[in-house]
Design a protein around this ligand. Structure first.
Ligand SMILES: [Zn+2]
Length: 218
């Protein structure tokens, strides 16, 4: 799975910096890391930020250590059993490795939960008011006009969609602020599959979706 078109939409600098510094929450880290699977530009920028952070740490004045600190550390190392990374079969459909950790396998093996004839989803995890899901729409499917209680981060994995802010294809990253009201419509061609991080509940405009949303945990 790689971006077959140029990536036009990237995480902003604040997100990249939080990711590089290790201060981003788990959901944000997952969606930024998955974007980096597609985007060489952000991978490079992430590395630059990491090394800048490292250089700043080098500037700090070292604190004095206890006289036996080195000996104690070496003694403890002897007691550590080396960690062996569990072997995992390679992806058969190019699913990014960081995402496979959460899926327990490949994108093509996901067991989708249907929300009507055109949309389906699967929830990956929740941490307080943050929910991470995969969303899938057949060509022409629309999410229904909605706004957000908090920011919504969306990364396109396959296919594409269009909303009032533009067109998004594989690897593209959208940051929708709480104020944005938008209706995402899946582009023609293949099904659109997105990785989505939402903060708080979605606020649908239409009555039917207002009622249906909470049933599916949206
Ligand atoms: Zn990027």
């Amino acid at each position: 799975m790689s971006a077959s078109h140029d990536i036009h939409h990237h995480p902003d600098e604040a997100l990249l910096l939080a990711y590089a510094a290790g201060t981003a929450d788990e959901a944000t880290s997952l969606v930024v890391a998955t974007h980096m699977h597609f985007c060489v530009l952000c991978r490079m920028q992430g590395r630059t930020l990491e090394s800048l952070g490292g250089a700043m740490l080098d500037e700090l004045t070292p604190a004095p250590l206890a006289g036996d600190a080195l000996q104690n550390t070496l003694a403890r190392l002897d007691q550590v059993t080396p960690y062996e990374r569990p072997r995992r079969a390679a992806s058969r459909d190019g699913t990014p490795a960081v995402l496979r950790t959460y899926l327990g396998g490949d994108l093509r093996d996901v067991r989708w939960r249907r929300m009507g004839p055109r949309l389906s989803f699967v929830e990956l995890f929740r941490r307080r008011d943050v929910t991470v899901r995969l969303l899938r729409g057949v060509p022409g499917a629309d999410s229904g006009a909605h706004s957000h209680a908090g920011a919504e981060l969306t990364l396109v994995l396959k296919g594409g969609y269009t909303d009032v802010t533009g067109n998004y294809g594989p690897g593209d990253f959208q940051i929708a602020d709480a104020g944005l009201v938008h209706n995402t419509v899946a582009d023609p061609g293949e099904d659109c599959i997105n990785l989505s991080v939402t903060h708080g509940a979605l606020r649908f405009e239409k009555l039917l979706q207002k009622i249906a949303g909470p049933f599916f945990g949206f």
